[in-house]
Design a protein around this ligand. Structure first.
Ligand code: ADP
Length: 153
């Protein structure tokens, strides 16, 4: 008997959840895709964040809903603006790996005031992140619901 309360055991379990247990598929667009293409992709794929990849299929940037809204506000031709002009670009992208803790991801989302992180394959080369997943506030909410069922008094 460990002498730990059920609350302590639950806390420990929550702190052990890894990104790989809750990640979603990433939705990717090419760097030379237009803002119009990205809006269509975001709508059709039903996601709030797109990841932009370069011609080597490595992470180049992130597009949020508001990035696309902002680009749509002027009288610009959305078919002639490449997403690379408006995206948040590397190296200013907050990323995580499959083995990271979900709690750490939640802290990053709050800290940076963003909705999603790309999950990248472990790599030592910062310029060549391969995107293998997506983790969002929705995934974290799902974890919260799963673990609320484990609460015992
Ligand atoms: P929205 O802009 O629709 O409110 P976010 O809060 O996710 O959505 O994005 C806020 C800003 O942060 C956007 O300009 C977006 O490009 C950028 N951003 C989103 N996710 C990341 C990330 N993982 N790393 C760095 N910047 C990001």
């Amino acid at each position: 008997y460990t002498g730990k309360t059920s609350a302590q055991l639950l806390t420990e379990k929550i702190r052990q959840i890894q990104v790989k247990e809750y990640l979603s598929m990433p939705v990717l667009v090419q760097e030379d895709a237009t803002v119009y293409d990205a809006i269509c992709t975001m709508f059709l794929e039903d996601v709030g964040t797109l990841f932009v990849v370069n011609k080597h299929s490595k992470l180049a940037g992130v597009l949020s809903r508001k990035d696309l809204l902002r680009a749509s506000m002027g009288n610009q031709d959305l078919n002639s603006i490449p997403v690379s002009i408006i995206m948040t670009r590397m190296p200013n992208i907050t990323v995580c790996s499959k083995e990271d803790l979900l709690v750490e991801v939640a802290e990053k989302l709050i800290d940076k005031q963003i909705d999603a992180l790309p999950v990248i394959k472990n790599s030592t080369d910062e310029d060549a992140f391969e995107v293998i997943g997506r983790i969002t506030k929705t995934n974290i909410t799902k974890a919260l619901v799963d673990f609320s069922g484990d609460a015992i008094i």
